[in-house]
Design a protein around this ligand. Structure first.
Ligand code: ADP
Ligand code: ZN
Ligand code: ZN
Length: 738
């Protein structure tokens, strides 16, 4: 037996792999992911290495291959634990060990020293407060925001201020000229925020918060490690609960990781953690360079107890991990889009299990997976149903667009929405118009009765392709386009179309006096344009903001008291089984944008399917009812979480070769599943059939048991490896695709 060994995981690109012979006495012990001691280099210096793969054959001159000296038994270091995690990821998500290792390990790259800038407050507190007052009076909102932040923390990171507070360089310069602040440069970058002089805010926990905290702390105290699902409405105080839980873990000398989706990782959120944990906190984000990320990771080993960041922060090398918190656990960004296509939730559970840590998942709209497991008793369910400050939730109205058409209103804005928008303009309050385009795939629907054309086998909508046919994205079923609605006979049937630009034009026509901003892919192409639009809206430079899902998250606009959801159906009929869940989550979030401040909010949901459970339950803000309906559908159709789904994506520049490859692959998979109860579906065309002249296909496999899918994936991977016919194809595995 031979083993592939990487020698130095801290440096270079991890590509240097050396093959070693496994001595007979160790043959049954050596496994991928294990630390070993090997002779290395000319002097055969004893060096530590990590096994990435085992093989029966040797790729080099066998007489020159050295032998593994021993298994490294010098304690279990954090690297060893992370490499074992990488091995688990490789086997559960496919791909190579190297791909997994690169995901898990911080990689040191050549440093290029970057100059970091900071803002330092130059005036005392009293003068500062006067100044703040002055800016507020003058209605200089950006200046006021910066002043308030400096009063909170007199030393602020320049980039953080620009990005998270949406302050322009001009504003910073203005305050510099007024000698309110100084811009300082420094060579080393320690911590993005300075926590001196920040005081902890005392709050009294609500009963619901107390119950959740007590439950966790008691378990933790007694050495019980579990997974908890904290289901709490927006504003119920989940973040406060996480912080209290983290405190109890840190007090025991352990460390905690907090995952927050990048878009929700706002300045305000980060500051709350700093206030509480001061210099013991560090933040990671995707703007950090590889070098900075590496520095942060190294700090984690020594001087930090709490790491906050997006998905990749999960691999923080804490030596004594006690808790992993995943906020907004339902977010699709927790699933990696690159091989290995790991899900942060599952991977966190695995890491926690092997390192003796607990996991807390939090959301206002838990994923079907998480709630399913909570109801099965795998996770401990904790509920918080009330807002911590007892604000009223927004009032929601559902408008049936079929009736609007009958009443002669052909506009994209319903009568009711127009009326409420007019009120807002008069009261100088703001409106957000949200066009739901996530995963939009060109479905066909009837404007008169709302009927949508679906696949007779898979119960998902068919999407229109360029050749004019309608196809199912799972099984490949196709039919010609319909011209007449099969339900009501109307000829008002066609592709559902609407764009943000079109809406912007309409709003300007209906309300010539309104100042309108638009945020979508087109208007945010330039660097910083995203931030500029949001800060302009925050500064009340516009009355209406029109946008796609990018506008529903991460920013609080207290003056927004009306949210209009223009085409709730758009995400409802995307061609995948999660469309109902996504719609419920998006609508709940969008509705939650209204009335964040003191004024009560209203929301209008415009739809052609007011009776669809995802729409009706989000309008009623009833998660339970949604869950019950949705799980019934998933169970009936055999979709996750009731069953498991593996997508095998196959792509090639050669269309004919791809056809043949898919046929062979499907035949093999049907044979390979002999002892497994599984169905193999497809091949079908994924949403986008061709990217850059590379053709794509997908084969789906459904099984009841996740492990069966892994077994089938392993067999298929081997088959692909030994058949050179697949060399010109790219094959990727995706478990329970998002
Ligand atoms: P969530 O994460 O559930 O949306 P947060 O933890 O962000 O909720 O809380 C929303 C707001 O309410 C925050 O400003 C927070 O400081 C405040 N808050 C939370 N719990 C309490 C409490 N028990 N008393 C007063 N304010 C609270
Ligand atoms: Zn119809
Ligand atoms: Zn189908």
């Amino acid at each position: 037996m031979f083993a592939d060994v990487i020698i130095d995981i801290q440096h270079e690109k991890l590509d240097k792999i050396f093959q070693y012979r496994i001595p007979e006495r160790l043959e049954h012990e050596v496994e991928a992911g294990m630390a070993v001691v090997v002779p290395f280099g000319k002097g055969n210096r004893k060096t530590k290495g990590y096994v990435t793969a085992l093989s029966k054959t040797c790729d080099y001159d066998i007489s020159k291959v050295k032998e593994i000296a021993d298994i490294s038994r010098s304690g279990v270091e954090i690297e060893t634990k992370l490499i074992a995690l990488a091995a688990w990821m490789k086997s559960n998500y496919g791909g190579t060990m190297l791909q997994s290792l690169k995901t898990v390990l911080p990689i040191k790259e050549k440093e290029n020293i970057k100059v970091k800038k900071r803002l330092r407050l130059l005036i005392d507190r009293e003068t500062g407060e006067k100044q703040l007052h002055y800016y507020l009076e003058k209605n200089q909102k950006a200046r006021a925001r910066l002043m308030a932040a400096l009063l909170d923390d007199p030393l602020l990171d320049y980039e953080l201020v620009r990005k998270k507070l949406n302050i322009t360089a001009t504003v910073i310069r203005a305050l510099e000229e007024q000698h309110v602040l100084a811009v300082e440069s420094e060579q080393v970058y320690r911590n993005p925020v300075h926590a001196e002089n920040i005081q902890k805010k005392e709050i009294i926990y609500t009963q619901e918060q107390k119950r959740a905290i007590m439950r966790f702390c008691k378990d933790y105290e007694n050495g019980i490690r579990k997974t908890y699902l904290l289901h709490g409405v927006t504003g119920s105080g989940k973040t406060e609960v996480y912080m209290e839980m983290i405190q109890s873990v840190v007090d025991k000398g352990k460390q905690a990781i907090v995952l927050i989706p990048e878009i929700a990782l706002t300045y305000q959120t980060v500051m709350r953690f700093y206030r509480r944990f001061k210099d013991r906190v560090s933040v990671m984000n995707s703007r950090l360079s590889a070098g900075e990320r590496y520095d942060q990771m190294m700090r984690a080993k020594a001087e930090v107890d709490v790491m906050i960041g997006p998905r990749s922060a999960l691999f923080t090398p804490f030596p004594n991990l006690g808790l992993i918190v995943i906020d907004e656990e339902h977010e699709p960004t927790y699933k990696s889009e690159q091989t290995p296509r790991y899900h942060a939730r599952e991977t966190a559970l695995r890491r926690a299990q092997t390192e003796g840590a607990s996991v807390v998942l939090g959301s206002a709209t838990p994923s079907m997976e998480a709630m399913y497991r909570a109801k099965n008793g795998e996770y401990v369910l904790m509920e918080m149903k009330n807002r911590s400050k007892m604000q009223d939730p927004a009032e929601v109205y559902t408008v049936d667009m079929r009736k609007e058409l009958k009443n002669g209103n052909r506009s994209i804005l319903s009568e009711q929405l127009q009326r409420l928008m007019k009120e807002r303009l008069e009261k100088k309050e703001q409106t957000m118009l949200f066009l739901n385009r996530r995963g939009y795939s060109g479905f066909v629907s009837c404007r008169e009765c709302g009927h949508v054309i679906k696949c007779p086998h898979c119960d998902v909508s068919l999407s229109v392709h360029r050749d004019g046919k309608m196809r199912c994205h799972y099984c490949g079923y196709e039919q010609t386009r319909v011209k007449i609605c099969p339900e009501c006979g109307s000829d008002h049937i066609g592709e559902f179309r609407a764009g943000t630009q079109q809406i912007e034009e309409i709003v300007k026509t209906v309300f010539p006096q309104a100042r309108v901003l638009r945020m979508d892919m087109d208007t945010t192409r330039q660097k910083d344009s995203h931030e500029k639009i949001l800060s302009a809206f925050a500064n009340e430079e516009a009355d209406v903001l029109v946008g796609t899902q990018m506008i529903v998250k991460g920013h609080d606009f207290p003056n927004v008291t009306l949210v209009g959801i223009l085409a709730a159906d758009m995400s409802l009929y995307t061609d995948d089984y999660r469309s109902g869940e996504r719609t419920f989550q998006l609508l709940t979030q969008a509705v939650g944008r209204a009335g964040r401040g003191d004024k009560k909010g209203e929301a209008v949901i415009q739809t052609y399917s007011p009776d669809h459970y995802a729409i009706a339950t989000s309008a009623a803000q009833d998660y339970e009812a949604f869950y019950e309906e949705e799980i019934r559908y998933r169970t009936m159709m055999g979709y996750p979480p009731a069953e498991n789904l593996l997508a095998v994506f196959i792509s090639s520049a050669d269309e004919a070769l791809l056809e043949t490859g898919c046929r062979y692959l499907k035949e093999y998979m049907i044979k390979a599943k002999k002892d497994i109860e599984a169905s193999v579906i497809g091949p079908a065309s994924p949403g986008i059939e061709k990217i850059n002249d590379v053709y794509r296909k997908v084969i789906y496999v459904k099984t009841a048991d996740y492990h069966d899918l892994v077994v089938l994936k392993d067999r298929t991977e081997k088959y692909i490896e030994i058949n050179s016919g697949f060399d010109k194809m790219r094959i990727q595995f995706d478990f329970n695709p998002m």
